[in-house]
Design a protein around this ligand. Structure first.
Ligand code: SF4
Length: 178
């Protein structure tokens, strides 16, 4: 007798996203940065997996803003007013979280621009009197763990050409992993 049970629904492709871009109120000021070009178009195509490194590592919301300082090759994450050094706390959490994310089978990641935790490009690093550019601590940890994974910052995805290119890179990455 032929098997008449329907084919299982395809597993949606998972893409990680900085939580504040999905409208979660996790930012230092208690707000969010909901980006409808992500939750709309990309949210219909992919399963969006929220990640907030600052809340994840146990910091409260709202919280003191923080910045990157020191050697651009190994910057420190420091609270702006209290000068509390949060680097070890964040790096310990990042090391665990990127291992956990292997279980999510992520095929891409969208980061919040400019964040000392999530920024991918041109995050200011204060080094003495100079200001250099680098990446946030979580963005660095994730891209080191998954060097071939397609990654992007939120602002660029409002451009339809960039968004299409990102979607294609995610689909290609997924296909190569099947
Ligand atoms: Fe959290 Fe990253 Fe958004 Fe900051 S930028 S609130 S660390 S998800």
């Amino acid at each position: 007798m032929p098997n008449s049970s329907p084919d299982p629904a395809p597993v949606p492709i998972a893409v990680g996203v900085s939580s504040c871009l999905l409208g979660e109120r996790v930012r230092y000021d208690g707000g969010h940065k909901h980006d409808r070009s992500i939750t709309g178009c990309l949210g219909r195509l992919f399963r969006l997996v929220p990640v907030c490194p600052e809340v994840g590592c146990g910091l409260p919301t709202p919280r003191e803003p923080m910045s990157l300082e020191g050697d651009p090759a190994a910057p420190r994450l420091v609270a702006n007013m209290s000068r509390i050094d949060l680097t070890d706390r964040m790096l310990t959490w990042c090391a665990r979280r990127v291992v956990d994310l292997e279980g999510e089978n992520l095929c891409g990641f969208i980061f919040k621009k400019g964040s000392p935790s999530c920024g991918l490009y041109q995050v200011p690093i204060h080094d003495g009197g100079a200001v250099r550019n680098g990446a946030g601590l979580f963005a660095t940890a994730l891209t080191r763990r998954f060097p071939l994974m397609p990654v992007e910052e939120e602002g660029r995805l409002s451009d339809p050409g960039c968004r299409e290119e990102f979607i294609q890179r995610v689909l290609d990455y997924r296909r190569e992993r099947l």
